[in-house]
Ligand binder design. Structure first.
Ligand code: HEC
Length: 120
């Protein structure tokens, strides 16, 4: 096997394994609040699937890349952060930095996500 192919396989293996290890390092429920209601639990699963990639606890990678992205833990409890603000951010995103999800989620999915963010 040439060194080229070996290196390619290594990169491929890393690409497959790294999202899994990231999820294992930051298990759901490692935030401040513990989801209990059905909506919170569904919202958490959704968050882990969709948002944690960027809004996970700051990883070595995020630090190296200087992404400076909030982990959103306790975010909804900050003074001035309203439910409307959260919905707006999720629907519209942050231009150039975060995708908007207004064509992606059902209203019920969004409600669950908001329920989870409130206790995160
Ligand atoms: C591609 C990366 C990415 C994904 C995926 C992403 N975000 Fe973001 N988000 C960002 C960036 C970058 C910002 C702006 C910097 C910051 O405030 O952390 C941001 C900002 C926010 C803010 C505003 C924070 C503030 O300080 O005002 C909220 C709320 C938010 N995101 C929620 C979510 C939720 C909920 C999801 C999942 C549905 C999500 N984001 C998915 C990258 C992402």
């Amino acid at each position: 096997m040439s060194a080229h192919i070996t290196a390619g396989l290594f990169v491929l293996a890393f690409a497959i394994v790294s999202p899994v290890t990231a999820a294992a390092q930051f298990p759901p429920g490692s935030g401040a609040g513990k989801p209990q209601t059905d909506a919170e639990l569904r919202g958490e699963a959704f968050f882990v699937k969709t948002c944690i990639l960027c809004h996970g606890p700051t990883t070595g990678q995020a630090r190296v890349l200087k992404l400076g992205i909030t982990d959103l833990i306790g975010f909804a409890k900050r003074p001035g952060v309203t439910e409307d603000y959260l919905r707006q951010r999720i629907l519209e995103g942050v231009p150039g930095r975060m995708p908007g999800y207004k064509y992606t989620y059902t209203p019920a999915e969004l409600d669950n996500l908001i329920a989870y963010l409130k206790i995160r």
